[in-house]
Design a binder for this molecule. Sequence first.
Ligand code: FAD
Ligand code: NAD
Length: 320
Amino acid sequence: QVADTLAKEGCSSPSYDWFQTDSSVTIVIYTKQKDINLDSVIVDHQDDSFRAEILIKDYSYIIHVELSHEIEEDFSVRVVENVGKIEIVLKKKENASWKRLGHPLENHNSLIPRKDTGTEIVKPYTPVSDSLLSEFKEPVLLNNKYIYFLIKIYPAGLFTPELDQLQIGDFVSVSNPEGSFKISQFQELEDLFLLAAGTGFTPMVKILNYALTNIPSLRKVKLMFFNKTEDDIIWRSQLEKLAFKDKRFDVEFVLSAPTSEWNGKWGHISPALLSEFLKRSSDKSKVLICICGPTPFTEQGIRLLRDRNFSKEEIHSFTA
Ligand code: FAD
Ligand code: NAD
């Protein structure tokens, strides 16, 4: 019945196969879907049990076996997107030849509606302050009981529509914080340039608050904020107020899909936009550039900054 429903939605049922070399076993999954990427693949391996879940529209295709032989902990996953093929390469612990992949476990080789799989979804988010500097308080807010997030809801997304449905009193699990930004990157800093796109603005909130409050050497802080439309600009009026209040801070908005009324800057990140933006307070000023946004934005930004001879130490990118 599930296969019938899927067929109506233009999907045919996935299948899998496996092959081996002396040192590895490769499980090949043919999803027959073109829009599969690495985010659609969840692999879980504990002791002998191996489970892979492939997210296809509202369904999950499951590979779930008790492996016939032991494997190493690390494995690799490759997706050939244009044909929807997934290869999971497992490393054998011993060089023996396997006669079978293993015993099938629950739901093995089946396609089931996603709501029945009980899968845990994990997505990263960046804590922000409750506002920009004007009301900035150190994060000792009420015994650290509060943590603020700015999260965009994607109606077709996997996780954010679920988050949007939460009611007061519901629970979500939150992990320990992770990240590589160090406060020492601010030491003796004179010019701070922030390049943010969409929700890539979130890491800039605490950076802005911290730098403007705690770095005496700071002369200039500039934010270039890229969005599709004016409505997408997060905290626009707070940013404008801050620029008015603190002469060290400037903000520029750049729209990629403006209406005809927009008379500000528009386009994607480009050499022309950057050359105008990255004016430092003096030739040898100590500078830090932070960049965050959709992956192609961040990658393009880093390339353009490197072309302008900024060193790796002068660029901090926020990535997954
Ligand atoms: P997804 O299911 O990931 O989908 C997102 C959008 O992409 C949807 O519109 C969907 O239809 C589309 N889509 C999905 N797959 C494809 C595909 N293969 N091809 C084309 N389109 C596709 N977000 C915030 O809002 N605030 C934050 O503070 C924040 N911090 C982050 C920090 C880090 C380190 C990282 C890496 C990301 C951060 N994000 C943040 C993004 C966040 O983790 C999620 O990616 C985001 O919330 C989308 O999740 P989702 O499951 O709802 O959507
Ligand atoms: P969006 O789709 O609204 O795009 C915002 C702007 O990004 C666009 O106006 C455009 O200027 C630029 N952009 C988008 N695609 C581009 C491309 N292909 N090339 C060049 N520029 C491009 O953005 P959104 O929906 O708010 O998404 C924000 C992204 O930021 C998400 O991918 C999220 O995962 C990422 N993010 C990362 C972190 C982190 O710490 N790594 C934190 C927050 C958000």
